[in-house]
Design a protein around this ligand. Structure first.
Ligand code: ADP
Ligand code: ADP
Length: 238
């Protein structure tokens, strides 16, 4: 479902070069929860941002659901449009939720639906469905500031699912949450994975997150994958 081949990213800032990704090969199968773990600076954020094409890789390829995104990322108008369409098939969840504080929960979830071009009635219906799915039907009219961290992340997840993505990317989605809330949000991701057949790629610095929810995992260090495989195999290794 997600494949990266020899993915490389070199940042150039103030005359200095930083190699954030040094040839990453990742293979995430359809319907699995795949975790990438590593300490700060390992390249996890860069990897997930390249999969989403929020960041343009220096070289290598990214393929999601059979579409090579790196090939779509040309500068021509048409390629850009195809890339935007492809990116709608990818949902993204963030560590700090990235909700609009001046909009209600429902409006936050409706935002991507507005961009897709659904009318008001369709948006309402879809947002209600999504909030129900994440267990927040009764918070539709609340503002993000009135919610707990875990509830905010559920809104973030509902919003990420608005475009019916096949793939959900999670960037440290539980890092700002306490252990109990973390378990509950990870449980939700697992439920969505099972119910919707959603493929989940998550990054985390916590091995516990990997053990709780992942089918497979990769360990990153210095911009490289140093170990990868099914969790049961990984944990059995010395
Ligand atoms: P992680 O998510 O594992 O903490 P990152 O992908 O954020 O790792 O960072 C990998 C390396 O790339 C680090 O050395 C970081 O400082 C560097 N880096 C990340 N983003 C940028 C950027 N926009 N410009 C320059 N260097 C960056
Ligand atoms: P986190 O590790 O919580 O994801 P960071 O503080 O590493 O966040 O990075 C926040 C933002 O700053 C990201 O967009 C990242 O790409 C960018 N960034 C990280 N390291 C650098 C760096 N050395 N120079 C410039 N930008 C960076």
């Amino acid at each position: 479902m997600i494949t990266t081949k020899d993915l490389t990213k070199v940042y150039r800032s103030r005359g200095r070069e930083v190699t954030a990704l040094a040839g990453v090969d990742l293979h995430v199968r359809e319907g699995e929860v795949y975790g990438v773990v590593g300490t700060s600076g390992a390249g996890k954020s860069t990897l997930i941002r390249c999969v989403n094409m929020l960041e343009r890789p220096s070289s290598g390829s990214v393929t999601v659901d059979g579409l090579e995104l790196t090939a779509l990322a040309g500068r021509e108008h048409r390629a850009g449009r195809d890339l935007r369409a492809a990116r709608r098939r990818i949902g993204m969840v963030f560590q700090h939720f990235n909700l609009l504080s001046s909009r209600t929960v429902q409006e936050n979830v409706e935002l991507p639906l507005e961009i897709i071009g659904l009318d008001r009635t369709q948006r309402r219906r879809k947002a209600a469905e999504l909030l129900d799915l994440v267990g927040l039907a009764d918070k539709a009219r609340s503002y993000p500031g009135q919610l707990s961290g875990g509830q905010k992340q559920r809104v973030g997840i509902a919003r990420a699912l608005a475009g019916d993505p096949k793939v959900l990317l999670s960037d440290e989605a539980t890092s700002a949450l306490d252990p109990e809330t973390t378990r509950s949000v990870l449980g939700l991701l697992r439920d969505l994975n099972r119910q919707l057949g959603l493929t989940v790629l998550l990054i985390t610095h916590e091995m516990d997150v990997i053990k709780t929810v992942c089918d497979s995992a990769a360990l990153m260090r210095g911009g490289k994958v140093v170990e990868a495989g099914e969790l049961t195999d990984l944990l059995a290794r010395p």
